[in-house]
Design a protein around this ligand. Sequence first.
Ligand SMILES: C[S@@+](CC[C@H](N)C(=O)[O-])C[C@H]1O[C@@H](n2cnc3c(N)ncnc32)[C@H](O)[C@@H]1O
Length: 260
Amino acid sequence: MLSYQHHYHAGNPADVHKHALLAWMLGYLTAKDKPLSYIETHAGRGLYDLRDPAALRTGEAASGIGRLEPRLPADHPYRRCLDAARAAHGPSAYPGSPLIATQMLRPSDRLHLAELHPGEHARLTETLAAASATIRRQDGFDMALSLCPPSPRRGMVFSDPSYEVKDEYDTIPATLGQLARKWNVGVLVLWYPILADNRHRPMLDRLVHLFPAGLRHEVGFAPVRAGHRMTGSGLFVVNPPYGLAAEAARIAATVFGAQG
Ligand SMILES: C[S@@+](CC[C@H](N)C(=O)[O-])C[C@H]1O[C@@H](n2cnc3c(N)ncnc32)[C@H](O)[C@@H]1O
């Protein structure tokens, strides 16, 4: 039984980190005139209203996008995604990763999205009704494994699990290993939380061991409220696009610098 719902957390500092770098990677990949596949394993509902009582109750968006957006570089593709979401859906709209992907991808690209929660799946299907995305209510890693290697053969798997199932930290490295064997040129992106109790560490150690050339990027921030266990946001990228390390360093310095 899934209980996590991202609308309590949308636009928090971790979303700013993952969405800024996702938008940059998609900008980089679409600069080349060749179609690509975008596969997202844990899609969420795609569009959030930051005036929703759930978002207001946690206050996470206020300490995330509310505080950090002014620090984003003026020319950043994530800024354009935020502006486009607000233009289409109103001033308190916040784009989730599937909406960012549909905004950045071209008609020749293929989108495959998985979302297991029935309510979130229904909202996602509604939000992306006009987009040509294939949306499945299925385990996301099962979907990715069944699609890889995808056609078109260039592209990305983006994984943003909620880590609410206990063994996810244990199983993810082997799953990424399987995906990399099936699709050795795919960009594989995994988001993970930096937790005060270091629960993410063994997973990370295994990822670094399996993918010594992978890019690991982390930013730290103050807990969004007293007692919150997340003290930072991490991305692990297999086959990182050229320039990602420099871009990640730029975002860390300009957007998160003051928080170290
Ligand atoms: C962190 S949220 C995704 C947020 C989204 N990536 C974004 O940035 O806008 C994680 C989502 O994964 C869904 N989920 C949990 N387990 C899943 C699974 N095994 N397969 C697919 N979706 C799953 C949850 O219902 C939740 O909506």
